[in-house]
Design a protein around this ligand. Structure first.
Ligand code: C2E
Ligand code: MG
Ligand code: MG
Length: 573
């Protein structure tokens, strides 16, 4: 009937208009080809994504978009599937008109005629390069260490949990390796961070090469790596991996014309056995690494329960230390500094002592690093600065003469506090003349000094106080480097003094330090002088001051006063 034909036609037209709108408005690129795969039509999204106008592609094969990055076999397989099933879905790389490569998600459908011949192919595609890039970047940001591209702490903990699950299921073991590069800080300080970073990247590559499939290597701290070995079947198997990791460092690193030789210390904990959870496994592996370091570096240690006691002691120490200041458990001792020429006492170095009411006396080499780590060195440092100045202010009025006091400050104290202002305040409060104070800084501070640190050192000197570099010679600060620093005194580390007489290299180093120090107008102090031969050697080489058991150990405040009084009558050494 004409009426129904009319409305059929209308409906068909309306449908066609609708399809046309969809075709034009779709965000996906649409390309329609005939049975010979010649392009019949493309939509505006196609032009937007590829850059080709319809007139440029109609009648052509869609392979004008090919990137050339995928093998012919890829396309063969794709068309083979289209022929067989009529469909293909997948990702491929194409090239835009401007040459840029993009990743697209493509679906191909086939329309056949009543005889089964191919009438048309309809390809619908979406540009997924950007979405994927963003997702990928986000994932990397959250899970990888930017320097080495290794998993970070978070991802590693996931993998560790997985390894524990696998070990439980397969009745095997998981091992946690805590790997610390030995002496990395020195390398970083001496050769700079750029080289330090490259060394870490190369070390990461070498370590990764030692692991088995299914193992994970992660970067944990600046110079610390952690490996999780999944499904280990014996301790020997773990040990074999550990040895290859250590051996991977036997070959020197060649970085920007530097040949750098380093080693690693590895601590290992195993599951099951060495801890009930991820936390304790980590803690125990770390403790074992500490043991390996103490055993002389370049070696490994498995965790033992005995070591756990040490870790506990350390955490106990930390607990006590945090309350030590409050309970007045710190004191200062004073070690005389002697003038080489006339044997007079020039002053003293103030050295910190801690006597815990529960644990007893603990050496500064043990608690100072801990205090640094915990940030406690700042309040402790401020306390001792005031205490040392107050004590020294009493020396001259007590008739001991114009003695000076040397005070050790930690790098953190200089970096993180306004040390010059603190010093100025305690000098005022104590009434001590600034010329009586020598601030001992570490060589590492000098090596890392930026403008801010330099400014602080200059302000300390502007007050009238002096600056000494402590343990000089251990951190590889080059002598010529020192020219640019506001330094008045070098203290030669006691390890060089100890070896001076039987090690020609050390004796030459001492000569060089004295000569250079003097040429820059500095005084030079020999530390740790124990024998008269060492004293004679230092005197002969022009050292100005000496300090050591040869003259006196560090003394309590009143004993130091007695020492100066009795010493006043003693002739030059
Ligand atoms: P340092 O500043 O180089 O202090 C010299 C160290 O050598 C002192 O050890 C001293 O007792 C020791 N010593 C002196 N003469 C001899 C000797 O003839 N032979 C030997 N074998 N040793 C000798 P101490 O008091 O154990 O201090 C160790 C380190 O702890 C100090 O080295 C310093 O770096 C740090 N330290 C000590 N007191 C303080 C402090 O008040 N503040 C800060 N930040 N660090 C401190
Ligand atoms: Mg010192
Ligand atoms: Mg020293």
């Amino acid at each position: 009937m004409p009426d129904s034909t009319q409305s059929d036609l209308e409906r068909e037209n309306a449908e066609l208009r609708l399809f046309r709108t969809v075709f034009d408005m779709a965000a996906e690129g649409i390309v329609v080809t005939d049975g010979d795969n010649r392009i019949l039509a493309v939509n505006p999204a196609f032009t937007l994504i590829t850059g080709y106008e319809p007139s440029e592609v109609i009648g052509k094969d869609p392979n004008v978009l090919r990137s050339g990055l995928q093998e012919q076999s890829f396309y063969d397989a794709m068309w083979e599937q289209v022929r067989r099933t009529g469909r293909w879905d997948g990702e491929l790389l194409n090239r835009r008109k401007n040459g840029a490569i993009f990743r697209e998600w493509l679906s191909i459908a086939t329309e056949r005629d009543s005889q089964g011949g191919v009438l048309r192919h309809i390809g619908i595609f979406r540009d997924v390069s950007e979405a994927e890039d963003t997702a990928h970047r986000l994932w990397r940001h959250n899970n990888l260490d930017p320097l080495t591209e290794l998993p970070n702490r978070g991802l590693l903990l996931d993998r560790l949990l997985q390894a524990l699950v696998i070990a439980g299921r397969e009745n095997s073991r998981a091992a946690l390796l805590f790997i610390g590069l030995d002496g990395f800080k020195t390398i970083n300080d001496t050769l700079g961070h750029t080289i330090g970073d490259k060394l870490l990247q190369e070390a990461a590559r070498r370590f990764s090469g030692c692991l088995r499939e299914g193992d994970t290597l992660a970067r944990f701290g600046s110079d610390e790596f952690v490996a999780v070995l999944a499904a280990a079947h014996s301790v020997e198997e773990v040990e074999a991996v550990v040895r290859t990791v250590l051996e991977s460092l036997h070959e020197p690193f060649l970085i920007e014309a530097h040949r750098i030789l380093t080693s690693a210390s590895i601590g290992i904990s195993l599951w099951p056995g060495d801890g009930d959870d991820v936390e304790s496994l980590m803690r125990n592996a770390t403790g074992a690494m500490q043991q390996a370091k103490e055993a002389g570096r370049g070696t490994f240690r498995f965790f033992t329960a005995h070591m756990d006691a040490r870790a506990q002691l350390r955490s106990r120490l930390a607990g006590e230390l945090s309350e030590a200041l409050e309970h007045g458990e710190f004191s200062l001792v004073y070690q005389p500094l002697i003038n080489v020429r006339d044997g007079r006492v020039e002053g003293a170095e103030a050295l910190l002592r801690w006597h815990s009411r529960y644990i007893g006396a603990i050496g500064p080499d043990q608690f100072i690093p801990l205090a640094e780590e915990m940030g406690l060195i700042l309040p402790i440092g401020e306390w001792l600065l005031a205490a040392a100045c107050a004590e020294a202010a009493g020396w001259e009025p007590a008739g001991l003469g114009p003695l000076s006091v040397a005070i050790n400050v930690s790098p953190r104290q200089v970096q993180q506090t306004d040390i010059a202002a603190t010093l100025e305040r305690v000098l005022k409060a104590s009434g001590l003349a600034p010329e009586r104070v020598t601030v001992e800084i570490t060589e590492s501070l000098v090596l890392n000094a930026g403008d801010e640190v330099l400014d602080k050192l200059n302000r300390i000197r502007a007050l009238g106080a002096r600056i000494a570099v402590d343990d000089f010679g251990t951190g590889y600060a080059s002598l010529s480097y020192l020219k640019h620093f506001p330094v008045d005194q070098l203290k030669i580390d006691r390890s060089f003094v100890a070896d001076a007489l039987d090690n020609t290299e050390d004796s030459r180093l001492i000569e060089a330090i004295v000569a250079l120090g003097h040429s820059l107008g500095m005084t030079v102090v020999g530390e740790g002088v124990e024998t008269k031969e060492q004293l004679a050697f230092l005197a002969e080489h022009g050292c100005d001051l000496v300090q050591g058991y040869r003259f006196s150990p560090p003394l309590a405040a009143d004993r130091f006063r007695e020492f100066v009084r009795s010493r006043a009558f003693i002739l030059p050494p």
